[in-house]
Design a protein around this ligand. Sequence first.
Ligand SMILES: Nc1ncnc2c1ncn2[C@@H]1O[C@H](COP(=O)(O)OP(=O)(O)OP(=O)(O)O)[C@@H](O)[C@H]1O
Length: 501
Amino acid sequence: MTTAAEKLISRLRFLALKNILCQPVSWFDLPKCSTGHLITRLARDAPLIKSVTGLRIGQVVTSFMTLAAALSIAFIYGWKLAIILLFAAPLLFASASHQASLIRKNQTRDSALMDEAGKLASECIQNIKTVQALGKEHSFLKLYCNYLLVPFEENMKQALVYGITFAFSQMVVYIMYAAAFRFGGYLIGIEEMVPSEVFRVFFALSFCATALGNNSAYYQDFTKAKVAARNIFELITVKSDVDPMSDYGVKPDIKGKITFRNVKFCYPNRESISVLDNLNLTISPGETIAIVGGSGCGKSTIVSLIERFYTPNSGEILIDDADIRVMNLAYLRSVIGLVGQEPVLFDCSLKENILYGAIALRKPIMDHEIIKAAKMANIHDFIASLPQGYETYCGENGTQLSGGQKQRIAIARALVRDPKILILDEATSALDNENEKIVQASLNKARIGRTTIVIAHRLSTIKAADKIAVLDQGKIIEIGTPEELEQSDGFYYKLIKGQQI
Ligand SMILES: Nc1ncnc2c1ncn2[C@@H]1O[C@H](COP(=O)(O)OP(=O)(O)OP(=O)(O)O)[C@@H](O)[C@H]1O
């Protein structure tokens, strides 16, 4: 039973996480799907289910068998005396189900509040530097206490109700004993039963009471587990319209042409605001295009759509004339090397972090390839100077590295997979001028033979592109070579003059 329970819980956790990982990015934008909520659910709900499986089921089966045996003995040896139980059982059952209904009500409310508390705790621990720099420790603690306070106060009130219900059920048991003794004495007096039979029935009845008590305790845990199971099954059964783990979809040879055709898009959680409005853009294979525009004009959104983190509301995105919706998702992502605005590193060695870029392709990567990628990203010398070199741990989310070092590791991670399409979304923004020049020179070499999309604010980075597209209010308003745009006296020209990029 215990083995089965352990397997069940691992499997539930595995299936829940598997389904979470298959969800589209838009799902994670929902308030109830924040990191804190999901982690709290996985950590809290699975053990609650465990508490009613395994050994506990064994105990309940034992209790039912005891109850059946004791009832048979009681009725065989003295049905008149045993009939007392028929008065006590409904009262015991009513008190147990009343407790269970209270638990059910509390559990649903408490788990919602605990999800909020978990979200808050994970948010402030993840952003501990910002919390401390802003001196927000007290306000976070206060908020956390508020989440804990409501269930605490309610549970204190209900503890009284539990106490009364428990006292009542105990009272019923003792009254039953007293009644059994009195009635048993009477039956011996009128010579209907002999003392040994009365004691047999009496002990059988006390076994019945213990079994009922055990089962009512189980019923309460079962009520809690039911709420927890509903939460876990919600995570397991939620449907996703994309699945990066499925084999569905075509895997064509990719040269690197990217086409946006009449693409309209708004974020699912902000449907009233159109981010891309009939966007048309063609990027030829091997071409480097810089996308520029004011903050919030939709540059990173273009990247998210190419990666299929989101799906356009209308229009289509083609890679080499194949709609990305019919392509195998894992394959599509494996041909793209993405360095985002805020590079994310994992809590493992620098080597493993760079290797993460290659895992999706499932081909072994040699050490010299890792070093080559690190050299291209201008991070090799730094890594080599560390006492543990490539085996150095970078801490959770790279906390033991500077912002520029993190960006360079992320660039090495994108380059090690030798992608057909390289996307650099402000990938060098945290580098100083000196490092930026070196990394830029390497990237200029790295982009040969691959389609590159660069989103940057630095003029030096943008000027190195073959083509510049100016984005404004979700539309391309200018497109051409840097020289053409400089002469056109348009938006780009004004941006340069105003030094806004
Ligand atoms: N997950 C999201 N949910 C809802 N709206 C979003 C989301 N991500 C971005 N937006 C909104 O979409 C618009 C475009 O955002 P995007 O990140 O593409 O801008 P950007 O051009 O890359 O800006 P920046 O140069 O400042 O990084 C913004 O108005 C932003 O507020």
